[in-house]
Unconditional design. Sequence first.
Length: 724
Amino acid sequence: MPSCYPSGSSCSGTVPPVAACEGKASTTAVSRRGAPCARASSRPGSKAASVRALAGGHGGGCCPVLAFFLPQPLLRQGRPAVRTLHELEVATTEYEQDAVAAGRDTLWHGVVRPVDVRVAVRGHLHLCLANVGHPCEETPRIPRRPSPSRTRLVPSLDSAGSLQGGSLLSLHTRSGPRVSRARRLAEVDGELAATLLSPSGQRPARAPHVPPTRLQTVRRRKLLAHGTGAAAGGGQWEHSPSTRAGTSSGLQHLRDLQVIDAYRERTKSESITQMLSQAITATHTVYAVLGTAEFFEFALKNPYSVQHTVTIEVDHPELSVILDPREWRHFKELTKAATPLEEDMFHLRDDLRPQVYLRPKETVHIPFRYQTFSAEPAVAAVAGDDAATTSWQPGALQTKHIQVAFRVSGGKPIALLRVKVEPRPHVVDQTFRFYHPELTFLKKTIRLPPWHTLPGAPAGMPGGEPEMYVRCSDPNIICETKNMGPGEPQDVFLKVAGGPSPQIKKFFVAIYTDAWLAAPLRIWQFYLHSLQRLDVSCTAGQLARLALPLRGTRALRKVKAFSSHPHELKVDPEGVFVLPPNGVLDLYVGVRPRRAGSRFIYLNLVDVEYHQLVSSWLVCVSCRQPLISKAFEITLPAGGGKGSNKRITYTNPYPTRRLYFLGTSRPDLLQFKEDSFEVAGGEVYTIGLRFAPSQSTGEEEILIHINDHEDKNEETFCVKVVYQ
């Protein structure tokens, strides 16, 4: 049983939230150390031990989803148990936009800002995988189910020899016995049973009064004779309690018989019609996968000695008749069907229902395609005030039934086709998560990789690179691709409307290389997290304070705030605190960016007892560069060593004694001897600096921020370090 636990993480019991920019996909790659592949790889088709952790999974920000490849399987090879230990680095891919847009990097829908991508290690996970053997249990043998039929030709039924006997209420048990034991109607019909068992004053449908026949009169007289007796010596009837009970039971039985008789008369016509329809109904099973077209043909025969024009009626939009002969030929080549193909066989009516002309006793093949793009649920939202967390409610893969009718003039059916659709799970090749402000449109462009590098792409395709086609599972989402010319890359453009926070919208995009969308080459899964937007404008190295109001739910909660950038965003209270029920509490936030530019920080409020997401914010930070008062340049040796110590001076410009705090934009390269100092008015203070060693040559610009007691920036020094 696998188990994982964090090491060196600031999140107690949970992985820190993943950081990503507004509208950019955020993924957490977890690399594996101590294995033949020492570093995780995110290249397509890589067999290295790679793990992708998506923040929150379906819940929105607390628990990651891990999926990775092991270089060797966990085979016991005769041993009682085997175990492997792995140390995984949780690395977030962060996207930061520069303040100035690049005017020459444009697409057809607007200007693209240059994006700075960097990878930051957030912590480590220790993963233990074990395979423990146990003795086999004696289980009853289960008969194997026959493999699903992949036939592409569905024959029509001959009404002369396909009518089966049996109960009218068992119309769909085609494989059952044709002779069965007779049972009461109330045992096999739920509607009739509910009518008989309901109270007399609350019956769903009261049977009409039917005058008693001679047989019913005789039966009533016999029942009364068995349930009553004559009093001795009086010549009059005396009704004892048992006599009255018997009389009431007999009357109830007679009333039930009247209800059953009326029910049979009402349903007789419908049952006979269903039985006659069953005689001309053929059944075909389709095993459907998201985005994949299932092709089959139905052999339609005209049973009459005169010609007829047959109208085809389909009651579901996912099943359609193939009208284009080029599409028909394409699917016949894919499935290697040997049936004949006829040009211009169909005619469309005004209501767009296809019609086909049949000569007497003629048989034609009607091509059908079934293709579904629906994937439920499409939206996950908060499930009530108490369950302040997003939860998916995925329904089971339910079987659906589609009815196809072939009718001649007058609406009389000559054949019926019942298509049974068995959904099958699909493969997701890549997952994208976008974090975007609520109630806004997400516009995003994703570049497709070269088609010949995709798994399953045909080799040696004539005509050069094929044109890509895309289809989205949500019809309310704009999804399109454009061919930019030979040799140019192709992009997929998405426009999605975000909902209110903390709604999560889920949809799929299928990518095809054929114009008829037969089978997808890739399937992408998308999650759009709608968050509350919070704009912050500040200066690099200076603390910006703000307060967030928290509204409690109907239950008391113990919560804690987690940030994607804990070194740049601090919260107060910092630890676990109590969120009172139906109350309002302020969460104080302090933002201190280290570099100028625009970045996006995620702040999540998590219930530490139930590990549920209570609230989530998208903090959009716009940071400007401080005014640099002094600039220095130093040269340091590269290639290791113990580092270097330097000193700079600072003069207090005020006539009074002041307390100052020191900060830097690169704490990994520069450390201070003292993080704060106090100096009298007009005096000079020497600041001790220690520079960390560098393994490579180059130049680095490091900012030194000198802030006052209120954490406002007094002066900023720039130190240019040259490693050589």
